[in-house]
Design a protein around this ligand. Structure first.
Ligand SMILES: Nc1ncnc2c1ncn2[C@@H]1O[C@H](COP(=O)(O)OP(=O)(O)O)[C@@H](O)[C@H]1O
Ligand SMILES: [Mg+2]
Length: 335
């Protein structure tokens, strides 16, 4: 079998703050095959964006990779020099940043903004770059002639198309899209997701799609990793995970998004909040919110374990004590 395009191993990322060290990503491992789409899901504050930024080695100034590896085409980006990273960013791996469609430069024509990564990373003249901008706009469903307009002349959906065009400008192999449809209304969300799916197939892209909304991941991704408290709680083939969630956190998320299985029932929120990652709970980071937690969960940390060849979960209920989950749930512990 060929090497995966991306292989992340035991990645740990910390932020230094006055209140203490934030363990934003704490032992995350996953891999991605060429041409496949991986979803990163989970509530806000669980480390999705931090994971994404680290893949480009673009962490905020107070963030650092405290351990682990990010192997892209076999090369460990954690150990790569800044010169090497410059060759990889945008040309091999690109990102549609969370919220970026609202931070386009308001006083610069959109075409010029799309041309920026091309001019910065490739040895081409401006005429050639602008010709490529025209092609990129057509590719994302915007007529070429609109390249001379300003961001305020574009709707939200069009601005997100511009961001996608920018991410594709240097023909990357892997595109990371961080909450790419979160700020858009539902009809436009569907159009942007369709666009991403079409581009992925046409251009044989690999994609990491980040969303707190499971239905977005269900529509687009082959594989999903559910993040909680800076760790992966469960991962596997998307439909398998969403139709038969194993980890109590995934079960909670699925219950909070009832449409995913096409049935109608009242959504049920997970009680409590995501933990502070400065002093996360002992043992399993999810135990204070878990209906099924027992003593061991408060003391030891469950490792991500293969339940089947296509499914991993980090929960003491699996695989040994699976029958416990069928027991009557206990009241959640103190929050
Ligand atoms: N620059 C930063 N400084 C300190 N803490 C941060 C910084 N960026 C993110 N965090 C913290 O890291 C954790 C993970 O955040 P993030 O990766 O943005 O989560 P998500 O994308 O899943 O919402 C959160 O606890 C967040 O408050
Ligand atoms: Mg985020």
């Amino acid at each position: 079998m060929s090497l995966p395009l991306l292989e992340v191993g035991d990645l740990r990322i910390e932020f230094g703050t006055q209140a203490g060290t934030v363990h934003a990503v704490d032992g995350v491992s996953f891999s991605l095959e060429q041409g496949k789409a991986l979803g990163l899901a989970g509530e806000s504050g669980c480390g999705k964006t931090t994971t994404a930024l680290s893949l480009m080695r673009l962490l905020p100034y107070n963030g650092k990779i405290a351990g682990g590896s990010i192997k892209f085409q076999g090369r460990d980006l954690v150990k790569s020099s800044e010169a090497m990273l410059r060759k990889i960013r945008w040309k091999e791996i690109s990102i549609v940043f969370q919220g970026a469609m609202n931070s386009l430069n308001p006083v610069q024509r959109v075409g010029k903004q799309i041309a920026e990564p091309i001019l910065l990373h490739e040895d081409v003249e401006e005429d050639e770059a602008m010709k490529r901008v025209g092609d990129l706009l057509e590719l994302v469903g915007i007529p070429q002639k609109r390249m001379n307009e300003y961001p305020h002349e574009f709707s939200g959906g069009m601005r997100q198309r511009v961001m996608i065009a920018m991410a594709l400008a240097c023909n990357p192999k892997l595109v990371i899209a961080d909450e790419p449809v979160t700020a858009l209304d539902v009809m436009i969300q569907a159009q942007i997701l369709e666009l991403l799916e079409r581009l992925r197939k046409e251009l044989h892209l690999s994609m990491i799609l980040i969303s707190h909304d499971l239905s977005v991941i269900a529509d687009t991704c082959d594989q999903v990793a559910i993040m909680y408290g800076g760790k992966i709680a469960e991962s596997g083939a998307t439909m398998e995970v969403f139709t038969d969630p194993k980890h109590p956190y995934t079960q909670g998320l699925v219950s909070a998004f009832p449409d995913i299985r096409g049935r109608r029932f009242m959504p049920e929120a997970i009680p409590g909040q995501v933990p502070s990652l400065i002093s996360p709970p002992s043992g399993c980071v999810f135990h204070p919110r878990c209906k099924f937690s027992f003593d061991r969960c408060t003391m030891a940390e469950p490792a991500l374990t293969a339940l089947t060849p296509s499914r991993q979960a980090a929960c003491f209920l699996f695989p040994e004590v699976q029958e416990v989950i069928a027991r009557k749930p206990q009241a959640p512990r103190a929050k």
